[in-house]
Design a protein around this ligand. Structure first.
Ligand SMILES: C[S@@+](CC[C@H](N)C(=O)[O-])C[C@H]1O[C@@H](n2cnc3c(N)ncnc32)[C@H](O)[C@@H]1O
Length: 279
């Protein structure tokens, strides 16, 4: 039964914890794995292949996994870990629904090594079959209301130009593109994550949760770190499940959710559930 895990932060290796979930129980997984040993998260073990297998098993048909990832550069070359992981998801049975980009408005300055400043990470959107929920985000059109001239056709044989069709005014809004830009670590909701080395922005989490789920849906972050996914899911009226292998980060997530829950008078917002782990 999944009920015992709802609105909980669980301390453990996510593979062990997910093994105790029933098949097809999660609407959205939004997560970010450790990147190529770039950071030391208090001594984790990261069993990638079993994680993908469990994610496929527990995702509902039509559900989505958003995997936010980037590569280290080692010995002059990017590791290609992101691409290799994306292919492994497809081999496990997921569709690669969309390769999206998380662009940072304030990237960390880097030492010049004859390459441009790295300003993005991948957000691979995988789906189990065709996506069942997409609440599309729309953005204002730059030239909304502008009345453009009609389309002009050139008749080469007569050397003439004719205007046959008049265009309608530019619409007020359009579908958002798949490059999403955020400021990292500056908003107060993101400052709450201090103490974790690599939180993603609250707004990134909120935009994915809104896009791929409806209220009441179950949102899982199996490597929840500072709990950004869980806080956003909670704020948007979804059910959250967070897992992290680090006790300290579980506490950080729990404290963070409690802060939000106090504001919203939520009944018994979170409990840290400890599982026996192998890792
Ligand atoms: C990139 S961070 C996630 C940050 C998170 N998105 C946030 O906003 O704070 C990756 C997290 O994975 C956790 N982790 C690594 N291996 C794990 C495992 N096998 N099971 C559960 N958590 C794991 C680390 O402790 C770390 O907090």
């Amino acid at each position: 039964m999944i009920d015992g895990y709802i609105n909980r932060i669980i301390h453990g290796n996510c593979v062990d914890v997910m093994r105790s979930f029933p098949d097809g129980c999660v609407d959205l997984v939004l997560t970010s794995p450790p990147y190529d040993n770039l950071r030391n998260y208090n001594g984790y073990s990261f069993p990638f292949q079993p994680i993908v297998e469990q994610l496929y098993r527990i995702t509902k048909k039509g559900g989505v996994v958003v995997w936010v990832v980037s590569d280290a550069t080692i010995g002059g070359s990017e590791t290609c870990t992101s691409f290799k992981q994306a292919l492994a998801f497809v081999e496990a049975g997921f569709n690669l629904h969309d390769t999206m980009i998380f662009q940072k408005s304030n990237p960390i300055p880097q030492i010049y090594r004859k390459r441009y400043t790295n300003v993005f990470e991948y957000m691979f959107v995988f789906s189990k079959g065709s996506v069942s929920t997409h609440n599309a985000i729309r953005i204002p059109c730059l030239h909304a209301g502008l009345k453009l001239n009609g389309t002009t056709y050139k008749n080469y044989s007569k050397g003439a130009q004719t205007r046959t069709k008049f265009a309608s005014p530019v619409r007020a809004d359009k579908l958002k593109g798949n490059i999403w830009e955020y400021v990292v670590g500056k908003k107060s909701v993101d400052q709450e994550a201090k103490g974790h080395p690599a939180p993603f922005p609250f707004d990134l989490a909120a935009d994915h949760i809104r896009s791929w789920t409806n209220e009441g849906a179950i949102v899982l972050d199996p490597m929840c770190g500072s709990g950004t996914t869980c806080v956003a899911a909670y704020e948007l009226g979804r059910k959250y499940i967070g897992i992290d292998i680090s006790r300290d980060y579980c506490k950080l997530s729990t404290d963070r959710i409690k802060m939000h829950a106090q504001e919203s008078l939520f009944d018994e917002p979170c409990k840290e559930l400890r599982l026996q782990t192998n890792g």
